[in-house]
Write a protein that binds this ligand. Structure first.
Ligand SMILES: Cc1ncc(COP(=O)(O)O)c(C=O)c1O
Length: 456
C-alpha cells in the first residue's frame, strides 16, 4: 500500500504549482539537484574529509599510507571523496575563497561551527540584532550560542541601513572577537570596506585579531551572480551561507574562508591565517557527525549551475523583479522599510501602510495562494507573534520565469487582499470575504500554472 507520505508529497507539489512563493528564503531547485539529493549516496557514512591535494615533500606513497586512512573514519570513499572535492572546488571558485567546508547541515550549523572555531566561552560577538534584521544565530537569547558566548547587537538607521556609527562605537567598546555582518531581513548592500576599517581600528585598540565574518545566507546567490559585492573580496575572513535560498541548491550550509589550507588532522594555532583548518575541525568532529553526502552531491550540482553564465542573468532578474515589485507596492500605498530594496527582499510595514498587522495579511494571502511571512520590523511593538510587517522576495518566482509584467499584477493582487484585510479587521472575519478572496485565488492559480515549478 502506498505510504500516506507520498500522497502528502503530491499534495505539496500541487500547492507549490498552483501558488506563488514569495518567502525570500525559498527557491525551486532543478531536476538535477533533486536527483543528486535523492540518490543512493544517502547510504554512505563518510565522517572526516576528502584528503587534500598533496603535501609538499611527501611522496604519493607516503600520503597514501600515512595520511589517507586518517582523513575518513570509514572505508569505501573513492566516489564520495571525488564528489566532495568537486563541491569544494566549485564553491571556492564561486566565491573566490581559499577554502570551503561543504559539510554544514544548515546555515545555523555553519554559523555555530565558525563561533566554535574561533571563540572561547564568554567571548564577544558583535552582530546585527534580531529585531534590526539579524538572524536567530546572531545572538538571540533562545539559542545555544547565546548561552556560550556574549552577543552585542548593533542596529539599523531610520533609512533601514546598518547604523555604522553604532557599529563602530560598539566595536571600540565591547572588545569583540568576531564582527559579524549578515541578516535575514535587510534590503541594503552592506559597506564591507567600512566594516573592515572598523575591524582594523578595534584590533589596534584591543591588541588581538578579530575575525570578520559575513553571514550571506540570503544573498549568496546574488554574490555568485555578480550583482552583490563579495565580502571575501573586501577583507572578510569568513563567509557562511545557506545553499537553498538564492543559491538554488539543496537545504544546507557552507563555510567559505580565506587563509592557509592544510590538513585538519593537526590542531593549528588560533590565528586568522589558520581559519580554514580551524573551521574544518570545528565542523567535524567539533559540531557534527557524518556528512550528508547526498546533499553535498546536490550542493556540487547546484554550484555547477551557479557557475554558468545563465545564473548571472537569473541573479540580475531577481533584483530587477524585486525593485519593480517594490516600486509598484509603494505606488499602491505600501510603506516599505528602507524605502524599497537593493537586493531580493522587501519588508513592508503593514501597520503603517494600512493599519493592520503582518499576521492577518499573511493569513489572507495564504488564502489566495500567495505565500510570505509576517515579520517584525525594527523596534516592533507587536512582538514575535503579532509582528507589524511582512517579508517577501523574488528568488522563487524569478526561477519560475515571472518578470516585470507579472510583478505589476502581483502588486495589484496584494493591494486587493490588503483592502479585504482592512475591512475584515480580524483573521476570523476573513471567512466573510471568502468569495472575494476566491476570485483572486483563481487568478493567482491561472497565472502560476503558466509558470511551472522546475522538477515538478
Ligand atoms: C542570515 C541567516 N543565517 C542563517 C540562517 C539559518 O539557516 P538554516 O535555516 O539553514 O539553519 C538563516 C535562515 O533563514 C539566515 O537568514
Amino acid at each position: 500500500m502506498k505510504d500516506v507520505i507520498f500522497d502528502l508529497i503530491d499534495s505539496e507539489k500541487k500547492r507549490q504549482s498552483e501558488g506563488l512563493e514569495l518567502i525570500p528564503s525559498e527557491n525551486c531547485v532543478s531536476a538535477e539537484v533533486l536527483k543528486a539529493m535523492g540518490s543512493i549516496l544517502t547510504n554512505k557514512y563518510s565522517e572526516g574529509y576528502p584528503h587534500f591535494d598533496g603535501i609538499p615533500g611527501w611522496s604519493e606513497d607516503k600520503i597514501a599510507k600515512e595520511v589517507l586512512p586518517n582523513y575518513r573514519y570509514y572505508g569505501g570513499q573513492t566516489n564520495i571523496d571525488r564528489i566532495e572535492r568537486i563541491a569544494i572546488d566549485r564553491a571556492c571558485r564561486l566565491f573566490h575563497a581559499d577554502h570551503a567546508n561543504v559539510q554544514p547541515h544548515s546555515g545555523a550549523q555553519a554559523n555555530n561551527a565558525v563561533y566554535y572555531a574561533w571563540l572561547e566561552p564568554g567571548d564577544t560577538v558583535l552582530g546585527m540584532s534580531l529585531p534590526a534584521g539579524g538572524h536567530l544565530t546572531h545572538g538571540a537569547p533562545v539559542t545555544l550560542s547565546a548561552h556560550i558566548y556574549n552577543f552585542v547587537g548593533y542596529g539599523v538607521t531610520e533609512e533601514g541601513d546598518i547604523d555604522y556609527d553604532d557599529f563602530e562605537e560598539k566595536a571600540l567598546e565591547c572588545d569583540p572577537k568576531i564582527m559579524l555582518v549578515g541578516y535575514s531581513a535587510f534590503m541594503k548592500i552592506p559597506d564591507f570596506d567600512r566594516v573592515a576599517k572598523i575591524r582594523k581600528a578595534a584590533e589596534k585598540k584591543f591588541g588581538h585579531e578579530i575575525l570578520l565574518m559575513a553571514d550571506m545566507a540570503h544573498v549568496a546567490g546574488l554574490i555568485a551572480g555578480g550583482v552583490h559585492p563579495n565580502p571575501l573580496d573586501h577583507g572578510f575572513d569568513v563567509m557562511t551561507t545557506t545553499t537553498h535560498k538564492t543559491l538554488r541548491g539543496p537545504r544546507g550550509g557552507v563555510i567559505l574562508s580565506k587563509g592557509n589550507v592544510a590538513s585538519p588532522l593537526k590542531k593549528p594555532e588560533k590565528k586568522l591565517e589558520n581559519i580554514p583548518i580551524l573551521i574544518d575541525r570545528a565542523v567535524f568532529p567539533g559540531t557534527q557527525g557524518g556528512p550528508l553526502e547526498h546533499v553535498i552531491a546536490a550542493k556540487a550540482v547546484a554550484f555547477g549551475e551557479d557557475l554558468k553564465p545563465e545564473f548571472k542573468e537569473y541573479a540580475k532578474n531577481i533584483v530587477e523583479n524585486a525593485k519593480t515589485l517594490a516600486e509598484e507596492l509603494k505606488k499602491l500605498g505600501f510603506v516599505l522599510m528602507g524605502g524599497g530594496t537593493e537586493n531580493h527582499l522587501i519588508l513592508a510595514n503593514m501597520v503603517a501602510s494600512f493599519g493592520f498587522d503582518g499576521k492577518i495579511y499573511e493569513r489572507a494571502l495564504d488564502m489566495v495562494g500567495l505565500t510570505l511571512n509576517a515579520n517584525a520590523i525594527a523596534s516592533d511593538k507587536g512582538g514575535a507573534f503579532r509582528p507589524s510587517g511582512v517579508r517577501l522576495g523574488t528568488p522563487a518566482i524569478t526561477t519560475r520565469g515571472l518578470g516585470k509584467k507579472e510583478m505589476i499584477i502581483l502588486a495589484g493582487w496584494m493591494k486587493k487582499v490588503a483592502d479585504i484585510c482592512k475591512k475584515a479587521e480580524t483573521e476570523e472575519n476573513l471567512e466573510k470575504y471568502s468569495k472575494e478572496l476566491e476570485e483572486i485565488h483563481k487568478e493567482v492559480k491561472e497565472l502560476a500554472l503558466r509558470f511551472p515549478v522546475p522538477a515538478i
